[in-house]
Design a protein around this ligand. Structure first.
Ligand code: ATP
Ligand code: MG
Length: 283
């Protein structure tokens, strides 16, 4: 049995549970429970505030955790970075009142910056040789300049609309974050085995993202050209059709160039093209 710490509510909760579900691990939603055990995989979810996740993983109370990279770096705890998960993307940026002229990092010299991420901010200030005062506040950081508490802020930005509605503009992107899977440094061999199975499944799921399965009927004479258009994982699958001179061709394509490929295949005589969602790719 391995214990994984997950945010109990908030931005990462749903997608963390959805990730486990997509790799075939059933787990009840938190509701009022702190711990929930899967009925089909040796895993137990521990539901916590995101701030506490790096600590419980570092101490071993949970073996694994799903949390924003920003929280892991900010807490400065020693944990293993197991995988980037591709959701919960955001950036932590410096922002100042939009009426100010920004002439580069030195603008912050001698100024006061409000933030909930003092560690990440101080690191950037040191790297840029800036001497600024850091005012730590938790929550509603964006109102600090208008309230006269600080000259600028260092906070999480995703669309930027919160900044705009508070009369601020983003001037430096300091840190890019996404949800990550972290692990305890001293996990035992049994836990490592379970983690390997989880990673194997996560990678199969990641591999299928942005890809489609495509199949079509094709005149055999066009086969060589079609294979050039569709370089599959190894090579496309070709099956004979009952009607002479025709075959069925199956392959996997990236969604980003799906329509270009479809056009090229139609031009060489492909018919009855089917495009199907892909769930997993096991390499
Ligand atoms: P908790 O109650 O668990 O402490 P919280 O309020 O501190 O939650 P959330 O706002 O739920 O945290 O955000 C969790 C994580 O989601 C952040 O640490 C960050 O990694 C990520 N995230 C992605 N987009 C955003 C965003 N627009 N604003 C805030 N966090 C975001
Ligand atoms: Mg929090």
């Amino acid at each position: 049995m391995i214990r994984v710490a997950i945010q109990s509510k908030g931005r990462l909760n749903e997608e963390s549970l959805a990730l486990l579900k997509s790799i075939g691990i059933n787990i009840d939603e938190p509701k009022r429970k702190l711990v929930s055990r899967s009925n089909n995989f040796p895993i137990e979810a521990l539901y916590l505030r995101d701030d506490d996740i790096p600590q419980v993983v570092s101490s071993g109370t949970a073996t694994l955790g799903i949390v924003g990279l920003n929280e892991v770096v900010e807490k400065e705890l020693d944990v293993e970075m197991v995988a980037r998960l591709g959701f919960g993307g955001c950036r932590i940026s410096l922002a100042i009142p939009k009426s100010e002229d920004y002439d580069g990092p030195q603008w912050f010299n001698g100024r006061k910056i409000a933030t909930s991420y003092p560690v990440i901010l101080r690191r950037w200030l040191n790297e840029n040789g800036i001497n600024a005062e850091v005012e730590v506040i938790t929550g509603s950081v964006e109102i600090a300049p208008a309230a006269g508490i600080a000259d600028g802020i260092f906070d999480i930005v995703s669309s930027g609309s919160t900044l705009v509605s508070n009369g601020l503009k983003e001037v430096e992107v300091v840190f890019e974050s996404e949800a990550v899977l972290i692990g305890n440094r001293n996990m035992d061999a049994d836990s490592r085995k379970i983690l390997d199975e989880i990673l194997f499944r996560i990678n199969s799921e990641k591999e299928s993202r942005g890809k489609k399965y495509i199949l079509m009927n094709l005149p055999e004479a066009s086969l060589d050209k079609a294979i050039e258009i569709l370089p599959a994982m190894r090579s496309p699958t070709v099956m004979p059709l009952a009607s002479k001179g025709w075959c069925s061709l199956h392959s996997v394509v990236n969604e980003s160039d799906l329509w270009d490929k479809v056009r090229a295949l139609k031009a060489i005589g492909a018919e009855g093209i089917l495009v199907v969602d892909l769930d997993k790719i096991i390499l």
